[in-house]
Design a binder for this molecule. Structure first.
Ligand code: SF4
Ligand code: ZN
Ligand code: ZN
Length: 328
């Protein structure tokens, strides 16, 4: 069944905020009608409010933004750039992109990322998988198919990208790494973790985790200022702003129909009955992650024999275990 991803459209009507009779977007989850200008203003306010409500940034923070070249990360970078100039005006933002090495896809995303950074004069770094782990993702996936236990492309991709983003953001002197995950991403990840009973992951994703000087040695603080905005609204916002972002999806989403995609389809179809479902899942995530984080047993971690990072109760961390299989 084809799932309808785009449920909101602009139609003739009256804007609830400025009273103009014009094209308005009707938000099914809240009942509001918004003209294009008021819609954009509300999205920007929501990002700013999320940052202040959850204390995501401090004035002296050096912000590194994970920039893929898609609508989410470009909208995020644009807003942080504006907020930082207006409110903080301290250290300039740096954009950090990871080039996984996905043919017919990533080069075009990086072109959009580059274009945006040049326009706003933002320092931009690109780290290719190939340079750090020796192979692009395409080759890693191809080789893994010849092994007894092949995994989906997203598994390798996420594992390596997470580490590279973290390490390079730290190298660049960052205090926070801002990521473009939106409300739909959070709802989808939460539901998936519930379905597979991965409660330790839910606990780990708690956004107010205690930061000790020990964990700060290895991991940068991550923030998600778009976490309260549905994906669909970010698409509308990025289009209204006429951002030059790369619109197509990663080809692995089609060739390897992972569970994540099915969970997303479920949320999208359920939204037609219950438009506020993503917000309910987000609130569920916030409550449950706090309970699980505060009640889980706090054990001392071992340290990876190769990179020295915390590795839970294993000899090697998951990143180094994977790199060892690559080397072998
Ligand atoms: Fe990587 Fe999967 Fe995202 Fe493609 S869809 S960029 S393989 S995580
Ligand atoms: Zn209006
Ligand atoms: Zn390691």
């Amino acid at each position: 069944m084809e799932i309808k991803r785009f449920q909101n459209v602009f139609t003739e009507g009256k804007c609830d905020y400025c009273d103009s009779n014009t094209l308005v977007l009707h938000r099914r989850y809240s009942g509001e009608s918004l003209c294009s200008e008021c819609f954009q203003e509300r999205i920007e306010k929501k990002i700013y409010k999320t940052i202040s409500k959850y204390n995501l940034l401090k004035p002296e923070d050096k912000i590194i933004v994970g920039l893929s070249g898609g609508k989410d990360s470009i909208s995020l970078l644009y807003n942080l750039y504006k907020i930082q100039k207006r409110t903080y005006n301290t250290k300039p933002i740096i954009a950090l992109s990871i080039d996984e090495g996905i043919q017919h896809y990533r080069a075009k995303c990086l072109e959009a990322a580059n274009h945006f950074c040049s326009k706003y004069n933002i320092e931009h770094h690109i780290i290719p998988f190939k340079e750090v782990v020796g192979k692009p993702l395409d080759e890693i996936v191809k080789n893994s198919k010849q092994t007894a236990n092949p995994r989906y492309a997203c598994y390798y991709c996420a594992l390596i990208r997470r580490r590279l983003l973290n390490d390079h953001a730290k190298k660049l002197g960052g205090d926070v790494l801002a990521l473009g995950h939106n409300l739909t991403d959070i709802a989808e990840t939460f539901l998936m973790n519930v379905l597979f009973k991965r409660f330790y992951l839910i606990a780990n994703q708690y956004i107010f985790k205690h930061h000790s000087s020990e964990t700060d040695k290895y991991f940068i603080k991550k923030i998600m200022p778009l976490m309260k905005i549905p994906e669909e609204e970010i698409t509308i916002y990025a289009n209204l702003k006429e951002f030059h972002y790369y619109k197509s999806h990663c080809p692995f989403r089609k060739t390897e129909p992972i569970v994540r995609k099915r969970v997303l389809d479920f949320i999208e179809s359920f939204k037609q009955l219950s438009p506020e479902i993503e917000f309910n899942l987000f609130n569920g995530f916030m409550e449950l992650s706090e309970i699980l984080y505060n009640t889980q047993e706090k054990k001392d971690s071992d340290y990876c024999k190769k990179c020295g990072y915390p590795s839970g109760d294993t000899e090697y961390c998951s990143y180094c275990s994977f790199i060892r299989t690559l080397e072998n």
